[in-house]
Design a protein around this ligand. Structure first.
Ligand SMILES: C[S@@+](CC[C@H](N)C(=O)[O-])C[C@H]1O[C@@H](n2cnc3c(N)ncnc32)[C@H](O)[C@@H]1O
Length: 264
């Protein structure tokens, strides 16, 4: 029998490989200030998984509130035990996990709604993505902003496994298949700890949406304005983590990740 990771090991490896909530929060704060000259206070994190970003959000000040929405109790239970319970008691009162669907209606509006780690790629039909983006727009305050991330590049639309070595483990991002006729793809995340490789710890069946389509779909969902970003580069030509508004990519890179911001 192949060894299996426990729930905690699985999310520890995931969080240690793919998420950087502080960088996302800094980017959102900066862009929101540019749009409205103020700080965003209420966050809704869609497809929140463990809710690491929502929990980091409420640490910013006593005025900050966050709601994390996910359908699956497994990542939420990990998040409650490992992110929420690590916050101060007062901070915990400003963070709410919602076991629910991002397509449902909720009785609150947010300054910022995020759908990160490409989670909305699970909507394969344009009509479904229009419906989701429309639901998001309806749940934003007038001075609100919706942020998504996206990835692409010449190397991303074909089977390819990339790996990144971390101190405690190796992370594998495995494009198992890509269908150029439908843009449907299957991705796996594997991890290696010591000499043991844990295969297919996460599986994603997605449609690869491209940037231009997303801007059009956001417009069709009623968003008033959209901004797309590109990442600056350091001396070696590698991404420097500084994203700036631009509709022109400096280079048709093999692989890139960026953000779109849409306002009501
Ligand atoms: C790729 S994971 C991303 C988790 C998190 N955003 C992160 O960055 O780690 C996608 C998450 O979306 C959740 N999910 C899928 N469909 C959903 C839906 N319709 N409503 C709410 N959550 C959903 C899954 O349970 C899963 O936890």
């Amino acid at each position: 029998m192949p060894k299996k990771l426990t729930r905690d090991e699985k999310y520890e490896l995931y969080l240690g490989s793919v998420q950087n909530p502080e960088a996302d929060i800094n980017f959102i704060n900066r862009e929101f200030k540019k749009l409205y000259g103020k700080k965003p206070l209420v966050l809704r994190e869609d497809f929140c998984g463990t809710g690491s970003m929502a929990c980091a959000w409420v640490e910013q000040s006593k005025e900050h509130k966050a709601h994390g929405i996910d359908l699956d109790m497994e990542p939420i239970s990990y998040g409650v035990e490992n992110h929420l319970f690590k916050l101060k008691e007062e901070e915990q009162t400003r963070m709410e996990y919602i076991l629910g669907n991002v397509m449902s209606s909720y009785n609150f509006k947010a300054d910022v709604i995020v759908a990160f780690n490409f989670s909305y790629f699970l909507f394969k039909k344009r009509t479904d993505l229009v419906k989701y983006f429309t639901q998001v727009r309806k749940h934003l305050k007038k001075d609100g902003a919706f942020f998504i991330d996206l990835f692409g590049g010449t190397e991303t639309r074909k089977p390819l496994e990339e790996s990144v070595k971390h101190k405690t483990h190796t992370y594998y991002w495995d494009c198992n298949s890509y269908n150029p006729l439908t843009a449907e793809c299957k991705y796996y995340i594997h991890f290696k700890k010591g000499t043991t490789k844990f295969e297919k710890v996460f599986t994603y069946e997605w449609r690869m949406w491209d940037a231009r389509e997303l801007l059009d779909i956001l417009q069709d969902a009623g968003f008033g304005s959209t901004h797309i970003y590109w990442e600056g580069v350091d001396k070696e030509g590698l991404g420097n983590g500084v994203f700036y508004r631009s509709t022109k990519a400096e280079e048709n890179c093999e692989s890139w990740v960026t953000y779109i911001c849409a306002t009501p």
